[in-house]
Design a protein around this ligand. Structure first.
Ligand code: AVJ
Length: 324
């Protein structure tokens, strides 16, 4: 699961995504400038993110996959068979099968705002697990979602891998955790479980390299937002006036990605004028990192009690099992 597409997608008569325009214009008028990270994921952005997960410096995907692959027997023991696995975000072709193979679930329910991503991953999963009922739901999981009636009587396991929770500021993350509780039916009997990936605080150089790889894939991913704005919103942002920056914000324990103006620039987006000074930035993403205690505290604030946590061999990433 990624943070792709958690906005409601409203297409206006020009085929331009209205929510995208509103977020970009509001973000560029804001001081400091900031655009929500979900807008990275157009077709090219999704392709570049897949490439990021394979670069040497970007450890989270490999570390989490290592944990999911190594701990299947423990998942089976703690979670048990026969649950409905509710994945927040459409499943990854690598991580989701590792979980489903380990625990013998009774149903799989992927939730995603993007019908396209959802249908693709549901079809792939269905082919891999022919006996498993798959019930995809196209929905914005930042709010409570009504699950398909077929899984009403089953115990639930929420699955939220990828440290996507880290893209949210704590206030939003807590809201999401509480929505997940409501979606999984925490107030209606059998206590739901949640299996969630949360990335760990580590050496600053390792973190910054993970978000600024030598091959420039993450830079291309960040700069693709400029290309998308120019193409979809009639923008005139000079791509050569922006540089990728990944900085560790130690006070807030997060990697921030910015687009830095390398010289003074003036441009238009959707007919509105903007100017930036040299060195001024557009903040494009947060990726919060956790210690075992801050991860627990966030989960507890969201209504979830941690039961067990696992890390990879190098202690870079954690996967936590919690109960409502
Ligand atoms: C998909 C949100 C987990 O924050 O690590 C990767 C996105 N951004 N490199 C992350 C991302 C730059 C990623 N998440």
């Amino acid at each position: 699961a990624t943070d792709k597409g958690i906005a409601l997608v409203d297409r206006d008569e020009d085929g331009v995504d209205r929510a995208f325009r509103e977020d970009v214009l509001a973000g560029l008028h804001h001081d400091p400038k900031a655009i929500p990270a979900r807008w990275f994921y157009d077709a090219e952005g999704s392709r570049l993110f897949e490439k990021i997960t394979q670069v040497e410096e970007y450890y989270p995907t490999r570390s989490e996959t290592e944990i999911l692959g190594a701990r299947g027997a423990e998942f089976a023991e703690l979670i048990g068979p026969g649950r409905a696995v509710v994945e927040f975000g459409s499943g990854s072709s690598v991580k989701t099968p590792l979980l489903l193979e380990a625990i013998d679930p009774a149903a799989y329910v992927p939730l995603d705002i993007s019908g396209d991503f959802l249908r693709e991953s549901a079809a792939a999963l269905g082919a891999k697990f022919p006996g498993l009922p798959v019930h995809p739901v196209e929905a914005d999981f930042m709010r409570r979602v009504t699950l398909p009636g077929e899984v009403d009587k089953l115990g639930k396991l929420g699955f939220f891998p990828g440290s996507t929770i880290g893209n949210m500021v704590p206030r939003t993350a807590v809201d999401l955790l509480r929505s997940m509780r409501a979606t999984l039916g925490a107030d209606e009997g059998a206590s739901p479980l949640l299996l969630i990936g949360m990335d760990l605080i580590k050496d600053r150089a390792v973190l910054e390299a993970a978000y600024d790889d030598a091959a420039g894939v993450t830079a291309a991913f960040n700069l693709n937002l400029v290309t998308r704005i120019n193409r979809e919103l009639g923008g005139t942002m000079p791509a050569d006036a922006f540089a990728h920056e990944a900085r560790w914000n130690d006070d807030l324990a997060r990697i921030e990605m910015h687009l830095v103006a390398t010289r003074a620039v003036a441009f238009e987006v959707s007919g509105q004028r903007f100017a930036m000074e040299e060195g001024e930035t557009i903040h494009t993403e947060n990726s919060h990192k956790f210690t075992p205690r801050t991860a627990s505290l966030l989960l507890l604030a969201g209504g979830w009690t941690p039961l067990e946590r696992w890390t990879d061999e190098q202690d870079r990433f954690s996967v936590i099992l919690a109960r409502a």
